[in-house]
Design a protein around this ligand. Sequence first.
Ligand code: 13P
Length: 249
Amino acid sequence: MRPRLVAGNWKMNGTRAEILPLVRSLKDGLNPAPRAEVAVCPPFIYLPLVGELLEGTPIALGAQDVCEEAAGAYTGEVSGPMLRDYHCRYVIVGHSERRQVYREDDGRVARKFSQALSGGLIPILCLGETLAEREAGNTRPVVERQLRAVLEQSGVAGLRAAVIAYEPVWAIGTGRNATPAQAQEVHAFIRDRIAERDPETAASLPILYGGSVKGANAAALFAMPDIDGGLIGGASLSAAEFLAICRAA
Ligand code: 13P
C-alpha cells in the first residue's frame, strides 16, 4: 500500500497569534497519531516557531517553496539546506500560484525539484491545468509537459523520494473541487506516464489531490484508487476542517 499524506499549505496566511492555537488544536486532534502522515507548510518566517511547537509530534514540517540554487547571491530566496536546518521534511515546488504570479516556468520548477532532492527534502511537485486549458481539451498535454520537465532534469529516479500533487488551477480556492472521477482520471494518467519509465516508482509514488478539499468532500476523493491524500489550502487554516480531512485519509 502507498503511504497516505495530508499536507496543509497555509500559503501567506496566519499571524503568530493565530498559529499558536491552530498548532495546539492539531497536536491535540492528532493524538494518537493517525494512519496517514500529516504535514503543515507555514510561511518561511514561521518555520522555526512551528518546527519547535511540533517537536515530538507525528506532524511533519514542510516549506512552500525553495530556491533553485543551493547558496549565493539570490536576494530574498531560501535554500534547501536552510530548510533542512530547520527540520523541514517536505517542500512544495511548482505551485500554480508560483507558476502564475511569479512566472516560474517548467525549467525553474524542475531545478527547484532537483535542489529539494539534493537538500535532502521530499519535494511535493504540483501539476495542474487552468480552466482554459481544460476547456480546450488540453489537461493531459499540460500535465504531461509539466511532469516531463522534472523527468528530464532529475530522471524517473528523482520521483522515488517525491510526492506529486495534482491541483487543477480552476479548483484552487474556488470552492469548486474536481469530482472524484475527474481527479482520478488525471491521477491515473500521471501514474501511467511514470509507469512507462518505471512501473515500481509509479506504483509507490503518492499522488495527492489539491483544490477545494474540505471535510465534507475528502472521503469521496480519497476513496479513488489513485488518490493518496490531499494538499489542502483554505481548509488547513481551520483545525476542525483539517482534522476531518486527516481522518478521512
Ligand atoms: P484550496 O484548498 O484553498 O483550494 O487550495 C488548494 C491549494 O492550492 C493547496 O496547495
